[in-house]
Ligand binder design. Structure first.
Ligand code: SAH
Ligand code: SF4
Ligand code: F3S
Length: 465
């Protein structure tokens, strides 16, 4: 699953739009500020937390200074993700000093991994809540007010899917929607099965109803989320059934999904993706390594041959499908040969994009028992080679798009110029076009004129809706 490098908070309901008073009084009013780190599931979870808290009378702000509850929704995937949170916690001390009513909570995967340790290590933390206990947050906060006792809730659930919670989303064009939670794969390097618990899925009808609602609210695109989204199972329905049901129920909304695991990329799923115009022909299919020996040590449950067969099969069934991947460099015992095999598979598949990481040992995981024996310098050099190769491949693929026409959904003004707009193709490529009377939310046909490795530049041909 793609990771974000932390963010600066989420704008959901700004306080100023909710109230008439000039400035809220953080001593009386319940005002929540959440900062989100990690993968898209965490971003979707923050919307769930905001939905829960809003029901209990909290308004949500994107201004940390206005808040009296700060929650950090955290990630444990690599050491660096956690050290960023420790750093952030020490920065938050000053808010605690200036506002004695302020409560600070750590929620998400780090809360689950470190549990009570976090309370001991960080005196300023009042609240620790794991990913399956978000419904308890309002009560734990109330209890802190009444008893002064710190709150902790870190039990993992086999059933919690937050199916009954309406996420509080920022208005926009593209929405996240978690359809399953947890992971049962236990890849040897990964903490997710420990921080998120067992796989469970939302009911198909409820997901379809939410997609419908998103369309009625003005969203033009929805991304169905799960750590292994294609492990979705609800009664007799699998992920292909869910995609089909959503695609048919709301034929004009564009539907993406992440992250797919090679083990569950069935023929039925590929045929479903190929059969509906509103299902994106884009599959994030992390390979992690191009060496069978390393894949075995990683417990990824496929070989290079099997993976490449899947890609070939997918390209036959969905001719214009594109792929992206995740890659880890420097897994224990990785040799120069293994590394070269990773470069080889990248060249063979020609991924449209990749998220690339240095191996980071995580306690509790199987790989933690292996010696982290690849020098950091070597890991970095290998990572650089992987990044450089991917840049070249992306550039080559982008150049091939020049002169061709693609449909994009306009998402926002371009960061660089208010005269330009940016949107994404079905294959998840960003395209910048001149405004020319087009607006955010429109579906337009564009012709690509120019490209670099990250972005395409085009011109409007005509609107398609
Ligand atoms: N469920 C997704 C991945 C979720 S984690 C899948 O199976 O593909 C996102 C990515 O982080 C992983 O694909 C992997 O490339 C990377 N990752 C996970 N644990 C890691 C670790 N210990 N060190 C480095 N990268 C890691
Ligand atoms: Fe982690 Fe593997 Fe599960 Fe992905 S499939 S979340 S990498 S254990
Ligand atoms: Fe996501 Fe990080 Fe947790 S990648 S599932 S937030 S450990």
């Amino acid at each position: 699953m793609a990771l974000n490098n932390g963010n600066t908070g989420n704008t959901y309901i700004s306080i100023s739009s909710l109230r008439n008073s000039e400035k809220p009084n953080p001593n009386i009013e319940k005002i929540l500020y959440v900062e989100t780190y990690g993968c898209q599931m965490n971003f979707a979870d923050t919307e769930i937390v905001n939905g829960i808290m809003n029901k209990y009378g909290y308004s949500i702000t994107n201004k940390i200074d206005d808040s009296n509850v700060i929650l950090l929704n955290t990630c444990s995937i690599r050491e660096h993700a956690e050290s960023k949170i420790y750093q952030r916690l020490s920065e938050l001390k000053r808010y605690k000093i200036s506002n004695k009513y302020l409560k600070i909570g750590v929620i998400g995967c780090m809360a689950e991994r470190l549990k009570r340790d976090l309370l001991h290590k960080h005196k300023l933390v009042d609240l620790i809540v794991g990913p399956d206990e978000y419904k308890k947050i309002p009560f734990l906060l109330e209890n802190i007010d009444e008893t002064g006792e710190k709150g902790i809730a870190v039990r993992l659930s086999r059933v919690e899917t937050y199916d009954d919670i309406m996420p509080l989303r920022k208005e926009g064009i593209s929405a996240w929607l978690s359809v399953m939670r947890g992971c049962d794969k236990f890849c040897s390097f990964c903490v997710v099965p420990y921080t998120r618990g067992r796989e469970r899925s939302r009911a198909l009808d409820n997901v379809v109803a939410e997609v419908n609602q998103l369309w009625n609210e003005g969203f033009k695109e929805v991304t169905l989320l799960g750590q292994n989204v294609n492990s979705y199972r609800s009664g007799e329905f699998d992920f292909a059934d869910l995609l089909k049901a959503c695609a048919e129920a709301v034929p004009d909304i564009r539907i993406r999904f992440i992250t797919s695991h090679p083990q569950e990329l069935s023929l039925k799923l590929l045929e479903t993706i190929g059969s509906y115009n509103n299902l994106c022909k884009y599959i994030h299919l992390p390979v992690q390594s191009g060496s069978d020996r390393i894949l075995e040590l990683m417990k990824r449950s496929y070989t290079v041959e099997h993976y490449l067969n899947l890609i070939e099969q997918a390209r036959k069934i969905i001719p214009d499908v594109s792929f992206s991947t995740d890659i880890i460099s420097g897994f224990p015992t990785e040799t120069e040969e293994d590394h070269k095999m990773t470069l080889e598979i990248m060249k063979e598949v020609k991924y449209d994009g990749a998220y690339m990481f240095k191996y980071s040992p995580r306690e509790k995981t199987k790989a933690f028992e292996l010696k982290d024996d690849i020098d950091d310098e070597i890991k970095s050099r290998r990572l650089m080679e992987i990044v450089e190769l991917q840049r070249n491949i992306s550039y080559e693929l982008n150049l091939q798009m020049i002169g061709k026409e693609y449909e994009i959904i306009i998402e926002s003004e371009s960061k660089k110029s208010s005269e330009m707009l940016t949107g994404r193709t079905d294959g998840n490529k960003s395209v910048i076009i001149p405004k020319n009377g087009t607006h955010i939310g429109s579906k337009v046909l564009v012709k690509i004129n120019k490209a670099n490795s990250a972005t395409l530049f085009g011109e409007l041909i005509h609107k398609t809706n």
